[in-house]
Design a protein around this ligand. Structure first.
Ligand SMILES: Nc1nc2c(c(=O)[nH]1)N[C@H]1C(S)=C(S)[C@@H](COP(=O)(O)O)O[C@H]1N2
Ligand SMILES: [Mo]
Length: 505
């Protein structure tokens, strides 16, 4: 009979733990005051680095989900343990109020301790107290108590207790589900991003890119500009840092003639440019989707760098972001970069580095540090985050012509349209060649208009009349006349290579 009590206490404690997490989420949302966030940070810190990065590298988004699921389980366990203590003390004193107070107070202390936010912690404390307060039953009502009547009526009592327990647990789970759904509905009604400060020219640039775009028949193929909502993300952390423009500053440290800190208002007062820049992750497959192009609003780094008088021996600097990310990069190439606070005319979104990130033309995505907080000028070269993990992703991008699923369209008159994007970094794209016979013969594809920007992709399009199945192959030639290599390799360590092929028809 003892088992029944223990089992129902465990069940109730788990339900209270889950309700506490849901309550915290209801109050805080997906922000730093959500209790799972610090737990997740600890889980990630305690997991050996190679395991964390291997899951992110191989599973991508799913790897993040796995980390979050683990953190959720740990958090439910922690709050469940507090609730369990409440249930035990209630049994010990035979007082419901003691149980509720311990579960609520303990959860509040735990949540406040984890997040540092005392009012938000009530979101976790109240549901935990409610589950314990309602779910706990005095020993006289449970079959394991010493009461002789209860023992005599054991089957009826067991049923009553079971009903009560299941009722409370179902209530708690209902609360969890309602919270998740309610929050999601709120999130999908996200406010549109405000216009980026001093981005007056961005709208004109966006129109320019739009009119440079190829008229393709394909449904759903991106044009020259990737919409913010479709732009890929690569993050080392499960949760984006939340930094307001007021809180933000960038400090030049290390081997400088004079250290310098720049505030947001100062930054946006500097000469403004709206550049089209394409980003591509070194970790993507040759025909992968971790590539995108946007119009970015920002200011050149060179004058800022010169003003701090870099003096290190290695011509190198470590760039750091608020999420703990870091990458090392040559100072003279960094000088060609751009400090950015606007994306497609809007404020830089949180997931892309709000309020300020760096963009360095022609180099792999990982050099473009988001939530940028420090540029440390070094004397000796040092590895960045990904270089410590076996990548060599600070170099120039390799050339690629892509052909995604939505780039293949039957035109209705029997012909097939092939369309996609090609990218070669700063040399630009001069030509895209298409073969429909497995690489025996080649035709030049139609290209989108060339743009003045130093580091932007181009669209390509080729229409042909199919005759059975075709092996389509695409390859690009960059602005220096160099053709994309046919030698195929995977992304590790310095980017994928080879021609994209696909069977069509
Ligand atoms: N602070 C910070 N900056 C970062 C990263 C990161 O995890 N943290 N990821 C890098 C990588 S690997 C890539 S490919 C690009 C992706 O930029 P995006 O998420 O805006 O597309 O950001 C780079 N900058
Ligand atoms: Mo990347």
């Amino acid at each position: 009979m003892i088992n029944v009590t223990e089992r129902r206490e465990t069940l109730l404690a788990a339900a209270a733990g889950a309700a506490a997490i849901a309550g915290s989420y209801l109050v805080a949302g997906w922000t730093p005051s959500f209790v799972v966030r610090p737990v997740d940070q600890t889980v990630v810190n305690l997991t050996p680095g190679p395991i964390v990065t291997a899951t992110i590298e191989t599973l991508g988004e799913a790897g993040h989900l796995l980390h979050i699921a683990l953190a959720l389980a740990v958090a439910v366990g922690l709050f469940g343990a507090v609730a369990f203590a409440g249930l035990r003390l209630a049994a010990h004193t035979d007082r419901r109020a003691v149980g509720a107070a311990v579960a609520g107070g303990g959860s509040w202390l735990l949540a406040a301790g984890l997040t540092g936010v005392s009012t938000g912690a009530l979101g976790a404390a109240l549901p935990a107290a409610a589950v314990v307060g309602i779910g706990w039953l005095p020993s006289s009502a449970t079959p394991s108590g010493g009461d002789t009547d209860a023992v005599r009526d054991a089957p009826a009592v067991v049923n009553a207790v079971r009903r009560r327990t299941l009722g409370v647990v179902a209530g708690a789970l209902g609360f969890v589900a309602a919270t998740a759904v309610g929050r999601r509905a709120l999130a999908s009604e996200d406010e549109p991003l405000p216009d980026a400060p001093r981005s007056e020219g961005a709208a004109a640039r966006l129109r320019e890119l739009d009119s440079a775009s190829l008229a393709v028949e394909s449904d759903g193929l991106q044009g020259m500009v990737t919409p913010i909502g479709e732009f890929y993300n690569v993050d080392i952390a499960e949760f984006d840092p939340e930094v307001t423009a007021d809180e933000w500053s960038l400090t030049f440290t290390g081997e400088t003639g004079s250290e310098r800190t720049i505030e947001f208002d100062e930054l946006i007062d500097r000469p403004v440019e709206n550049r089209a820049v394409t980003l591509r992750c070194v970790g993507e497959d040759q025909n992968g989707r971790r590539i995108g192009n946007a119009v970015w609003t920002g200011t050149p780094i060179r004058p800022l760098l010169e003003s701090v008088d870099p003096q290190g021996d290695c011509n190198c600097a470590m760039l750091r972001g608020e999420d703990g990310y870091y990458v090392q990069f040559p100072v003279d190439v960094l000088a060609e970069g751009f400090l950015v606070w606007g994306m497609n005319g809007k404020e830089l979104p949180t997931s892309h580095g709000h309020p300020v990130r760096v963009l360095i033309p022609g180099h792999w995505g990982e050099t473009n540090v988001k939530w940028l907080s420090e540029i440390e000028l070094l004397n000796v070269e040092d590895d960045g985050y990904w270089e410590e993990r076996g990548w060599e992703g600070t170099g120039e991008v390799t050339t690629v012509a892509k052909l995604w699923d939505e780039g293949v369209t039957e035109l209705g008159d029997g012909r097939i349209e092939l369309a996609g994007h090609a990218y070669a970094g700063t040399p630009g794209i001069e030509r895209v060649e298409v073969s429909t016979d497995g690489g025996d013969t080649w035709t030049d594809a139609e290209l989108s208009e060339a743009l003045p920007d130093a580091d932007v992709w181009r669209q390509w399009r080729h229409v042909f009349e199919p005759d059975g199945q075709h092996e389509v192959v695409v390859r690009a030639v960059d602005g220096e006349g160099t053709r994309q290599t046919s030698e195929a390799s995977g992304p590790v360590p310095s980017g994928a290579s080879g021609w994209v092929r696909r069977t069509v028809g």
